[in-house]
Design a protein around this ligand. Structure first.
Ligand SMILES: O=c1[nH]c(=O)c2ncn([C@@H]3O[C@H](COP(=O)(O)OP(=O)(O)OP(=O)(O)O)[C@@H](O)[C@H]3O)c2[nH]1
Length: 172
């Protein structure tokens, strides 16, 4: 089974590889940089659109069974701003989606992000760790390593596979 993940971020590629291989067995996974069609720091529904665009663009980039798109974005819920990672999986006809757990950024980080900066950029400045989003992630830093971004991303990929593990129960 051949899978294209629409990103160059090794955290997302590894997360997709871990989940697809544990569900389907032998898989070949390529990370391919494709356009998301949404701003680099998406808010709300743009996050889901970005994941879906990446999944379709990744699928169309070669001879793949599945295209996977993963996008992290911020959601305003009852005055709380929550970071959630969405995953979309496209097989040429059917798109399934899922998301991981959500968490809050520190107020200082959030203020800069709401004024137009990207989470990765602000968190790298705040922690002194370059490319944090490609390593343990903000969540790894904030959870003292108890949950890293690979595990967080795996949750979203796994949730997007749930309908595919129960195909007969879903309209597609
Ligand atoms: O949900 C998250 N959990 C984390 O632990 C985390 N650590 C950093 N970030 C940042 O969130 C922004 C959007 O992420 P994102 O998925 O749109 O882009 P990305 O730059 O990480 O990858 P890509 O665009 O190369 O695929 C980027 O500024 C990331 O750096 C995280 N997001």
């Amino acid at each position: 089974m051949r899978i294209a993940v629409g990103t160059n971020n090794p955290v997302k590629v590894n997360a997709a590889e871990n989940v697809f291989s544990s569900v389907f067995g032998d898989v070949t996974v390529d990370g391919i940089n494709v356009p998301s069609g949404v701003p680099s720091q998406p808010f709300g529904n743009d996050t889901v659109k970005g994941a879906m665009n990446r999944a379709k663009n990744a699928y169309e980039s070669g001879r793949y069974d599945y295209g996977v798109g993963i996008e992290a974005g911020l959601f305003d819920i009852e005055g709380y701003v929550i970071d959630v990672q969405y995953c979309a999986i496209f097989d040429g006809q059917w798109t399934t989606i899922g998301c991981g757990s959500g968490f809050e950024y520190p107020s200082l980080v959030l203020d800069e992000v709401l004024s137009g900066k990207e989470v990765g950029e602000v968190m790298s400045k705040f922690t002194g760790i370059d490319d944090l989003g490609k390593k343990m992630g903000a969540i790894g830093y904030l959870s003292n390593g108890m949950l890293d971004r690979t595990r967080l991303t795996e949750q979203s990929v796994f949730m997007a596979l749930i309908p595919r593990m129960n195909k007969e129960l879903y309209k597609h």
